[in-house]
Design a protein around this ligand. Structure first.
Ligand code: ADP
Ligand code: TPW
Ligand code: MG
Length: 572
């Protein structure tokens, strides 16, 4: 049988990939071009997808990961084979660890060459490598499977606990032709990619009974709660329960940090003294000292309600008295309904104790935030930025570093949901510029990235990307000349600098100028304030080199206790 190929309308792998993504509402691709995906990136742009091209795949990947967090749709990163894939893999692992929906799509060599290890250009068994760091990994070999392959990737990324998905696209797939009508029919629009997980009524009653018995309850909100976008119900739950709440780093702003029930400034008190703790989208991992030890009350004195979509998260570190497995939107709605109108608020005495403790700490900190010292310390510089965020609650804060991270987290109040994006579960350096790009692209809001000078270095080249796409991003580099501090000396007296210090008096502002952006050095909080306000007013890509006292920081910021200690006496 012969077909009349001259009159038959054809499509191919390139177009099917693009059509499948568009059909599923994917609008933006974070990308680095090269063999075999250069034309795919070009065609994506031609077909109306927004293609943001980066200088390094890791940052395209981090951008995709945070796009997923912000939008509940998988952020898509497109890379070349082996090295490009590996560069993107850190971000895929990061997305999985942080429960962000993301798809890493990488071009690859043909299976028959890879499997016989015949040494193709950028040959690697990418699928096998990806599997251990992502939620799911798929390879598509035939054009007619592109629709279902992309549907599987989207569903895997978004459903249940969100995470990273790897999609392997061998080069030959893209050029494969098929009948256009059949191709169109082969596409799959995913219906309800993140189905509701309704919690069992018995688990809700158990949680409510425990909550009712509490004298000193506490709610901990994690980034899962922020991701769920159940903002109004979460606020209603906190307010109608009268329970103090503690936001984890990226959950800040679900309720404004200056809320009367916010216990951030009384963190150690509430963690130690609470008798019932309700976790909403937060894991009992290292960030909460695993729910035990000296951060917490005496063993057995505290009971936990744990709300999470992943049943395996229950009892991860300690026994959970009231596990509630469900999606946060459905679960919080069910709890609110269960509480009803007649719910007895948490004992006022407890809230009062927490408030007094928090207010005392806030009052103690306040004068330090007003200082106009030169060189700046963290409090003076962050005090200036705190006042800017108070005036501009719509601005997104991206934050990484050690001292720069820990001080900014406690000093800068956030008052809207999903406005604080940071290092996440791994405390990873390098998310900065990728996050800043995606935050601006996905939301259209201005971004201020507050970056340690070391942290900035991991993704600094992407300021060219920021300039190229004219994004309203203001990068503030906290330049203390090093990692934690700029003061370490080589104990041998040799010419090499200590491993934690950088070139003195570096001019990060000149880097931004090199790409046509605005670059300014600020030596006082007043200068810093002026420069950032100008950046917000102009919307121009800006980098403020904020000169910080090289003595001001401490080892590892607030987590110096996690460093192993040598038993042998230090040299020098
Ligand atoms: P944080 O670092 O802020 O403490 P984590 O990343 O440790 O937060 O925890 C987030 C949790 O939220 C994860 O255990 C994840 O399974 C859960 N989660 C994410 N999305 C949802 C959702 N829609 N419903 C329920 N749980 C969710
Ligand atoms: C991918 C280890 C944690 S914090 C940090 C490093 C290198 C930099 C701290 O210095 P910075 O901040 O940014 O100048 P400051 O204000 O304290 O001086 N590699 C990765 N992730 C991590 N976390 C590290 C290394 C680290
Ligand atoms: Mg530093």
């Amino acid at each position: 049988m012969t077909t009349d190929t001259a009159t038959q309308e054809l499509t191919d792998g390139f177009h099917l990939i693009i059509d499948a993504l568009k059909l599923n509402g994917i609008e933006t691709i974070y990308h680095v071009p090269g063999i075999p995906v250069t034309d795919l990136g070009r065609l994506m742009q031609a077909e109306g997808l927004r293609v943001i091209s980066f200088r390094h795949e890791q940052h395209a990947g981090y951008a995709a990961s945070i796009a997923g967090y912000l939008t509940q749709k998988p952020g898509v990163c497109l890379t070349v084979s082996a090295p490009g894939f590996l560069n993107g893999l850190t971000a895929l692992a990061h997305a999985t660890t942080n429960c962000f929906p993301m798809i890493l799509i990488s071009g690859s060599s043909e299976r028959e060459v890879v499997d016989l290890q015949q040494g193709d250009y950028e040959e690697m068994d990418q699928l096998a490598v990806a599997k251990s760091v992502c939620k799911a990994a798929y390879r598509i070999l035939h054009a007619q499977d592109i629709g279902i392959g992309i549907a599987r990737a989207i569903r895997a990324a978004c459903s249940g606990r969100p995470g990273g998905v790897y999609l392997d696209l061998p080069a030959k797939l893209m050029g494969q032709a098929m009948d256009a009508a059949a191709g169109k029919k082969s596409l799959v629009k995913v219906v309800d990619p993140a189905p509701a997980h309704i919690p069992a009524p018995a688990s809700i009653s158990r949680a409510l009974d425990l909550l009712k018995s509490a004298k000193k309850p506490l709610i901990i909100l994690g980034k899962g709660a922020a991701y769920a976008q159940a903002d109004a119900d979460i606020k209603a739950l906190v307010e109608s329960s009268g329970i103090p709440y503690l936001p984890m780093s990226m959950a800040k702003g679900l309720l404004p940090d200056n809320h009367a029930q916010c216990a951030s400034a009384a963190r150690s008190t509430v963690l130690k003294e609470a008798d019932v703790v309700m976790l909403i989208g937060a894991r009992l991992n290292w960030l909460l000292s695993h729910g035990k030890g000296k951060t917490w009350g005496a063993p057995g004195s505290q009971k936990f309600i744990h709300i999470d979509i992943d049943p395996k998260e229950m009892d991860s570190n300690i026994g959970i008295a009231a596990p509630v497995v469900g999606d946060i939107a459905s679960t919080v709605a069910a709890i609110l309904k269960g509480m009803g109108a007649g719910w007895q608020k948490a004992p006022a005495e407890w809230m009062k104790t927490v408030r007094e403790k928090a207010d005392a700490n806030i009052t103690k900190m306040a004068p330090r935030l007003q200082n106009n010292n030169v060189p700046m310390d963290y409090h003076g510089a962050l005090g200036a930025l705190k006042r800017i965020f108070a005036e501009r609650p719509d601005v997104i804060l991206v934050n990484e570093g050690a001292n720069t991270l820990d001080f900014a987290r406690s000093i800068i109040d956030i008052s809207q949901p999903r406005k604080r994006l940071d290092v996440g579960t791994w405390g990873i350096m390098g998310i900065g510029m990728g996050y800043a790009v995606a935050a601006a692209v996905e939301t259209g809001k201005p971004v201020i990235a507050v970056e340690g000078d070391s942290a900035f270095g991991f993704s600094g080249m992407e300021i060219e990307t920021i300039c190229r796409y004219s994004l309203p991003v203001c990068v503030v580099v906290f330049n203390n000349g090093g990692i934690y501090r700029g003061t370490d000396k080589n104990p041998t007296g040799g010419a090499d600098p200590a491993p934690t210090v950088f070139v003195k008096d570096s001019r990060y502002d000149l880097m931004m100028q090199a790409f046509g952006g605005v670059g300014v050095t600020a030596t006082s909080p007043d200068e810093l304030s002026r420069a950032v306000k100008e950046a917000l007013a102009s919307g121009k890509p800006t980098l403020v080199n904020a000169v910080i006292d090289e003595n001001a920081g401490t080892e590892s910021g607030r987590i110096g206790n996690l460093n192993p200690q040598s038993v042998v006496a230090k040299k020098a």
